[in-house]
Ligand binder design. Structure first.
Ligand SMILES: *[C@@H]1O[C@H](CO)[C@@H](O)[C@H](O)[C@H]1NC(C)=O
Ligand SMILES: *[C@@H]1O[C@H](CO)[C@@H](O)[C@H](O)[C@H]1NC(C)=O
Ligand SMILES: *[C@@H]1O[C@H](CO)[C@@H](O)[C@H](O)[C@H]1NC(C)=O
Ligand SMILES: *[C@@H]1O[C@H](CO)[C@@H](O)[C@H](O)[C@H]1NC(C)=O
Ligand SMILES: *[C@@H]1O[C@H](CO)[C@@H](O)[C@H](O)[C@H]1NC(C)=O
Ligand SMILES: *[C@@H]1O[C@H](CO)[C@@H](O)[C@H](O)[C@H]1NC(C)=O
Ligand SMILES: *[C@@H]1O[C@H](CO)[C@@H](O)[C@H](O)[C@H]1NC(C)=O
Ligand SMILES: *[C@@H]1O[C@H](CO)[C@@H](O)[C@H](O)[C@H]1NC(C)=O
Ligand SMILES: *[C@@H]1O[C@H](CO)[C@@H](O)[C@H](O)[C@H]1NC(C)=O
Ligand SMILES: *[C@@H]1O[C@H](CO)[C@@H](O)[C@H](O)[C@H]1NC(C)=O
Ligand SMILES: *[C@@H]1O[C@H](CO)[C@@H](O)[C@H](O)[C@H]1NC(C)=O
Ligand SMILES: *[C@@H]1O[C@H](CO)[C@@H](O)[C@H](O)[C@H]1NC(C)=O
Length: 732
């Protein structure tokens, strides 16, 4: 009987002309393939056509207030397409698809629905024929996600995409990550690269925490110590109303920079959701206005002090014009004073949230999000408005289903099952947990945004609950700015965020499929190089020999890459990659002599792990200076009065208990392996670069660092010595 049934099913399948065959991607795409396994070869595509009727259309349903037009999204798609496939297709304007084209238009479809059955502007329909592709989005943003599908499929299938069609809609409208940029600064370029990477997985939200302080227990300190603990407010405003609030000019965002971040992210469908945290985690505000603090815990604002709410309104009044999102985050997390009983501040907290909600709404029309801290209760004289979205993070604070959803509040799932605390924690991991992504439903199946509790199904609303807005995976910097480099904030997300993104969308990728496609898609993700990969013909990326027979050549001496008529000398890269360098240093006794600030300039910038950067050198004086410098890191022979070998990154120095000898040739290697970094001399014991993490001011932990290799400049400062060779390989 079973055999017969199977035969029958097979026969049915053959006789039909369509086959259900979801496109395996991140996320997966519902798809019905044409019979016969046909595919379209993308290299046949001759034009990318934007529908002229909708070229200037914008999506006003998303979270952003600066949505790109259809034409702008299509231009960005064409750039990605051309870069990845080495083509030069310009965007044409037209009103219909033609053979050998990709036609991008706006349409509607009864299946453009989210998980709760509501129309969504992020949906799209993709139709692949033998000679063309048509993407019809519910909005330009829907089209944009459709273009990610084309790029992913082409990367996975040798530039081919199956013939057939599919309608693809995200189940939830908030999908992305959170980064604590309050207790650790990140430059705009890093945030923008993160957006490009997230966008490839169809994530649309980057929640950026712009103010915070060390630690979670400030009340153990004296007034003086609390006044100088690390605390930061990242926006740098020239408005006199905020003068003195931000004391870290070099670790801030100017309005222009914040605009650039928001515009660059919006260009790829990602909305920056800014957060200014109060009335808890607000030490930066009370360091500025000490009278606003609760005496015993100066990171808490005293809400009953008459100036407190007006002062917060001033901060928001100044900042609101900067923010191009329909919703902003006011923090409202962990407002608890250890000296008081847990609920002593609840009524005050409610008053604060209500006041700011009303103020921000009236001032800007924006709505607010708050962290789940004190569930709104019916006995308060004023209830928190249902326009306020609550971001749940921990069951010890609240129960998202019973406290909010059942009472009609919208909730974002940021449950700490997916929390990351950078580098060190006794309770949280340092990367996303794959098991929880693929088996996080209490029944053992894959996790989805309505799963708040991975063990007790009673705490989870149904999958189609309209009150679950989406999911944001959070990464915190509890132990402050010197725990990590900038790029190390990407590492915890690197391996499994694309899998989580599939689940945030409502995709169906299995663990096996994920393992097989992730490396290919990861390598193809456009408009970023967070892995700091360097193209190379072999495992040797770079090889310079400065010794006998390898003199630097004046430009125009006939070697590849030389340039005629310029001063200075060229150094040939012997790796075969043609990464030739220039130098202002001269040769002496078969080695390049570094003196008077002369330097070697290479065409490379950084190399991510794994790598081994080997070099032979003889240090000729005690004067410390840079050996290798790049945009992400620096290797120094010391600094100031210290002659310890050190790596400098993100404004922090990580030193070894080792100094280079003077007057002696050594073979040295900087080694990046996994999430660790080492230095070794003459093939001796590898010394590891570690950071000393201050844990709540109570203890220390020494933890590993993953610092990328600095490659842009060799020498160029006060370091004096000679080098014989420099070699970079892609393994460690
Ligand atoms: C059908 O296409 C898939 C993916 O393109 C390929 O792996 C498979 O081998 C093809 N099957 C046949 C029968 O051609
Ligand atoms: C699309 O069609 C659905 C019904 O299928 C409708 O509810 C929705 O409003 C339409 N959207 C637009 C933008 O026309
Ligand atoms: C908060 O401010 C009010 C009004 O100035 C004051 O009476 C109260 O003592 C302050 N509370 C704390 C805990 O500092
Ligand atoms: C607060 O909201 C609850 C639930 O919506 C309602 O039952 C209650 O009457 C409200 N309380 C006040 C004081 O408005
Ligand atoms: C409201 O009720 C809760 C739970 O019974 C209680 O803890 C809280 O103190 C009450 N709040 C007010 C303002 O009465
Ligand atoms: C480093 O990698 C190891 C092995 O993959 C992992 O167990 C550890 O958590 C990572 N450590 C940090 C600080 O990221
Ligand atoms: C990942 O999550 C599972 C399920 O909660 C847990 O058993 C496992 O220990 C976690 N793995 C790590 C490395 O934390
Ligand atoms: C599961 O959650 C429900 C609702 O919060 C609770 O009443 C029950 O005690 C929980 N069960 C377990 C085993 O924790
Ligand atoms: C070397 O100098 C030439 C001539 O100025 C310049 O074109 C080339 O870009 C330089 N290469 C590097 C790696 O700086
Ligand atoms: C910003 O300046 C301070 C003070 O000079 C310095 O300690 C810090 O390292 C700098 N930050 C960065 C990212 O360079
Ligand atoms: C270190 O090892 C490399 C490769 O094994 C070798 O070429 C080199 O001569 C060694 N250096 C020293 C100082 O022993
Ligand atoms: C990092 O900062 C902590 C204070 O939070 C300090 O104790 C520790 O020495 C610093 N570590 C490094 C490597 O500078």
């Amino acid at each position: 009987m079973a055999v017969l049934k199977r035969l029958f099913a097979a026969a049915l399948c053959l006789s039909s002309t369509l086959v259900q065959a979801d496109l395996v991607g991140l996320p997966t795409v519902p798809f019905t393939a044409s019979k016969g396994n046909q595919s379209l070869d993308l290299t046949r595509i001759q034009s990318i056509i934007v529908d002229s009727r909708y070229a200037q259309t914008k999506d006003d349903n998303g979270w952003t207030l600066i949505p790109p037009t259809l034409n702008e999204f299509v231009q960005t798609f064409a750039q990605d397409h051309n870069k990845l496939y080495g083509r030069y297709l310009g965007v044409q304007s037209g009103s219909r698809s033609v053979p050998e084209s990709i036609f991008l238009t706006i349409g509607n479809n009864s299946e453009f629905k989210d998980v709760a059955g509501r129309w969504t502007s992020e949906a799209y329909k993709i139709e692949v024929k033998n000679d063309r592709i048509v993407v019809a989005g519910a909005s330009p943003l829907g089209v944009w996600w459709g273009t990610r599908t084309i790029l992913q499929q082409a990367s996975l299938n040798g530039a081919k995409i199956a013939v057939g069609s599919g309608v693809d809609s995200p189940g939830w409208n908030t999908r992305g990550v959170f980064l604590d940029a309050g207790r650790h600064y990140y430059p705009p370029s890093f945030l923008i690269e993160m957006c490009s990477w997230m966008s490839y997985w169809k994530q649309n939200t980057f929640h950026v925490h712009l103010s915070d302080n060390l630690y979670n227990n400030v009340d153990i300190y004296s007034y003086e110590r609390q006044m100088e603990l690390y605390a930061a407010f990242r926006p740098w405003s020239d408005d006199p109303a905020l003068a003195g609030l931000n004391k870290r000019r070099n670790e801030s965002y100017t309005r222009e920079q914040f605009d650039e971040i928001q515009q660059s992210c919006a260009a790829r469908g990602v909305t920056i959701i800014p957060e200014i945290e109060a009335p808890g985690h607000a030490l930066v505000i009370t360091q500025w206005k000490p009278e606003l603090a609760i005496e015993t815990s100066r990171d808490l604002l005293n809400i009953s002090y008459p100036e407190t709410i007006p002062q917060m309104e001033t901060i928001w009044k100044t900042m609101l014009p900067w923010f191009h999102s329909k919703v902003v985050h006011i923090g409202a997390d962990e407002y608890v004073d250890a000296a008081l009983t847990k609920n002593a501040l609840v009524a005050e907290y409610n008053r604060f949230v209500i006041a700011l909600d009303e103020y921000i709404k009236q001032e800007s029309g924006k709505s607010i999000r708050i962290w789940g801290t004190f569930p709104p209760m019916s006995n308060y004289t004023n209830n928190i408005s249902k326009d306020v979205t609550v971001q749940h993070w921990e069951f010890f604070e609240d129960n998202p289903y019973f406290d909010y959803i059942k009472k009609g509040y919208n909730v974002i799932n940021s449950d700490d099952q997916f929390y990351i605390v950078q580098k060190y924690s006794t309770s949280y991991p340092q990367e996303l947990n794959k098991t929880r992504i693929f088996h996080g439903n209490p029944d053992g199946s894959a996790w989805s945004p309505n799963i708040f509790d991975q063990t007790n199904a009673t705490n989870n609303p149904p999958r189609d609950s309209p009150y679950v807005v989406g999911h944001i995976a959070a990464q915190w910097n509890d132990y402050g700015p010197n725990t990590s480099t900038y790029l190390e904030a990407y590492n915890p997300f690197r391996y499994y965020l694309p899998a989580l993104a599939d689940k945030q969308w409502g995709g169906k990728i299995t663990e096996e499929q994920y393992d097989s496609i992730y490396p290919t898609l990861q390598a193809a993700a456009p408009a970023q190089n967070l892995d700091r990969t360097v193209r190379s013909k072999s495992s040797t990326i770079l090889s310079y020999k400065f010794g006998a027979g390898h003199q630097p050549q004046p430009y125009g001496q006939g070697w590849g890459g030389g340039h005629h008529g310029h001063p200075g000398n060229g150094i040939r890269d012997l790796s075969g990659n043609n990464y030739n360098a220039n130098t202002s240093c001269s040769i002496a006794n078969g080695a390049l002599k570094f003196t008077n600030g002369c330097a070697v300039t290479t065409p490379l910038t950084s190399k991510g792990n794994d790598y081994t950067l080997s070099f032979t050198l003889k240090q000729t004086s005690q004067t410390p200076g840079p050996l290798f410098t790049g945009p992400d890191s620096e290797l120094r022979s010391g600094n100031g009065s210290s002659s310890q070998i050190m790596l400098v990154s993100a404004g922090n120095a990580f030193a070894l208990n080792y100094s280079l000898p003077v007057g002696q040739w050594v073979d040295a290697s900087l080694i990046g392996r996994g999430n660790q970094t080492f230095f070794s001399v003459n093939n001796g014991t590898e010394m590891e670069f570690l950071t000393k993490v201050g844990v709540n001011g109570e203890s220390f932990a020494w933890v590993r660092m993953a610092v990328v290799a600095p490659l842009k400049t060799i020498g160029g400062g006060s370091w004096e010595g000679k080098m014989g060779s420099v070699t970079l390989v892609d393994h460690a």
